[in-house]
Design a binder for this molecule. Structure first.
Ligand SMILES: [Zn+2]
Length: 203
């Protein structure tokens, strides 16, 4: 009986210790994130989802290389710019999709950090909180759209996940070098952005 009791205590202590280590390491990890963005002199803390994902200068598109997407791939009369290699791959992919009776339309490509900041300024001015905006819009400096490789498909919201176009992309996009950056299952990168695809060929 004493042996059993000791064994029980040992197990309880082990479980408690494991829990303590988990809790402490988790809060340390949370504290490690010191990323901030400054908008109109106000400093905002970047949420965990984006922490450590700031684009570095090697990832940001050289603006002089940007080219316009053909009008037939753009939503309404939007002028959308991406890198030439992104455009070429997208044109090929859209043609293949069309052959399968799927129309791929894009409503966003390259966006600069300055543009991203303007989105924040406008929405903050409209009374939205930073915490609310950041749930749907990458903080300035963190958007993959700054690379000139990312595009948003239409409809560029959660409903895209229920379209034939999304099903087609899941099956075929990789053949053209396009990947879903924030798929449903990718831990820590919620919310899921089914309409956001990035050209990242594996050379
Ligand atoms: Zn996007």
């Amino acid at each position: 009986m004493i042996m059993k009791m000791n064994e029980y205590k040992r197990q309880v202590i082990t479980v408690l210790a494991a829990f303590l280590i988990m809790t402490v390491s988790r809060s340390l990890a949370a504290e490690e994130c010191r990323d901030t963005v400054v908008i109109d002199s106000v400093v905002y803390t970047v949420p965990t989802r984006w922490c450590g994902h700031k684009m570095d200068s090697t990832q940001i598109a050289d603006k002089t290389r940007l080219v316009r997407l053909p009008a037939e791939l753009c939503f309404e009369d939007y002028r959308i710019y991406v890198l030439p290699e992104t455009r070429d791959a997208l044109v090929k992919m859209a043609a293949a999709a069309r052959a399968d009776s799927i129309e791929l339309i894009v409503d966003s490509g390259f966006r600069s950090a300055a543009y991203q900041k303007r989105i924040y300024r406008r929405r903050l001015a409209e009374g939205e909180s930073f915490d609310k905006i950041v749930q749907f819009v990458a903080p300035p400096g963190y958007s993959e759209h700054e690379t000139g490789r990312a595009v948003d498909m239409v409809p560029s919201n959660a409903s895209f996940a229920h379209t034939e176009a999304y099903r087609w992309l899941k099956k075929n996009a990789h053949k053209f070098g396009f990947y879903e950056t924030y798929p449903e299952t990718k831990e820590g990168l919620i919310p899921w952005e089914s309409s956001h695809w990035c050209y990242q060929p594996s050379e």
